[in-house]
Design a protein around this ligand. Structure first.
Ligand code: MG
Length: 383
């Protein structure tokens, strides 16, 4: 291996060069790296609030909105920058103030090796309980940073085949039949759609979609059904309409009713609101047959990867989803998509003021950028 190849394939070498180390081959340096890990500049965490503007009013069973607040993060080491994001839709407990308060307490300057991910994330976890989106914004930036320092996309670091990315769904919110038809037609490039139900117009919604397309559909009820017998009847009707699974059919507290529904349902029943952090996963056994993993709920890429492994051991189906987010958090989630059954990674497509360029959707399929880390570049200078 010549020197150029060595640098290309060694993240340690890239970091060492950036830190000003003069000889990559000096045995003393090699021993130092081996013995103590990489020494770089102290990690520096920055963050800024940003408001995402939605292209259309977005209505689900519980609310309607036109904007989504986020916090964009950046971790810098040796002049290399990793980017992250906390998305904060209003129905969740976190907001820009809580995330700013949390991140203000996070002192990453005590670390100078972004490859010691476990130590850093253990520290961040212990700063305060909860704060999953805030923690995700640190985890994503840290993973992006280490990918960039290694010069490799995260999917390669995780050993995943980028050809195995699934199609992503595009979400159709609850609206009048005319608007639903129009949105369905506009979503022409997508091979699968996710239809929001749960406000008493379920059949009209599905009939409106079916009047213009026969492509497969996901259904998300957002806890909107209250009667389990009617829910089961509706699921049988939906199966005949070409639906692939039902997401969060009833309120998450109704575990016995959901377990009954899952047992009798001809379609997979997927947990979303019922699954926040990794600690919620094991109790879902026997209640749901699938899970919707979102980085903002579980605290980032590292926890999402752990949850995917555990859910597979529990013989559950896996959907990777997102909030309304920029291409930063969506591209981060997409790095794991070769491992899952279904993807709902359209959050960046719902907004009109994305500040990053990242994953692409080509003929409905997720295409991971051939760039290091999470694969994004800034469209505008933010930090
Ligand atoms: Mg959902």
């Amino acid at each position: 291996m010549n020197k150029r190849e060595f640098i290309k394939y060694s993240g340690l070498a890239v970091g060492a060069l950036a830190a000003g180390t003069t000889s990559l081959y000096a045995s003393s340096t090699a021993q130092k790296v081996k013995k103590h890990g990489r020494k770089g500049s102290p990690l520096k965490l920055s963050f800024i609030p940003y408001d995402l503007k939605l292209r259309h009013v977005f209505t689900i069973a519980s609310n309607s909105r036109t904007t989504t607040p986020v916090i964009l993060t950046m971790i810098e080491c040796d002049g290399i920058r990793g980017y992250g994001e906390a998305s904060l839709p209003p129905y969740l407990v976190e907001n820009q103030k809580s995330v700013s308060d949390f991140l203000s307490k996070v002192d990453l300057s005590q670390f100078n090796d972004p490859f010691q991910t476990e130590d850093i994330l253990d520290y961040v976890e212990k700063v305060a309980p909860g704060n999953h989106a805030a923690k995700a914004s640190v985890d994503i930036a840290l993973n992006d940073l280490r990918g960039k320092m290694m010069g490799q996309p995260l999917y390669r670091i995780f050993g995943l085949n980028p050809e195995k990315t699934p199609n992503t769904s595009f979400t159709i919110g609850i609206d009048t039949p005319e608007v639903v038809k129009q949105k369905t037609q506009e979503a022409d490039i997508y091979k699968v759609l996710k239809v929001k139900l749960g406000k008493g117009t379920d059949r009209e919604m599905i009939e409106a979609v079916r009047s213009v397309t026969d492509k497969p559909l996901f259904v998300d009820v957002n806890q909107g059904w209250t009667d389990r017998d009617k829910a089961l009847e509706m699921i049988y009707w939906l199966k005949e309409k070409g639906i692939l699974f039902i997401e969060q059919p009833m309120p998450k507290e109704r575990k016995d009713d959901i377990a009954w529904l899952t047992q009798k349902s001809p379609l997979p029943v997927v947990a979303d609101e019922a699954l926040q952090g990794i600690e919620d996963l094991l109790p879902l056994k026997g209640v749901y047959s699938g899970i919707n993993i979102k980085l903002m709920k579980c605290g980032g890429i590292s926890n999402a990867l752990k949850m995917i492994r555990i859910a597979r051991a529990m013989d559950m189906k896996i959907l990777v989803g997102c909030m309304t987010e920029t291409s930063c958090a969506v591209s981060a989630a997409a790095q794991l998509s070769p491992l899952v059954d279904w993807a709902d990674l359209d959050g960046n497509l719902l907004i009109g003021n994305d500040v990053y360029d990242g994953l692409k959707v080509v003929d409905g399929k997720i295409v991971l950028p051939d760039r290091p880390g999470i694969g994004i570049v800034e469209k505008a200078k933010l930090f």
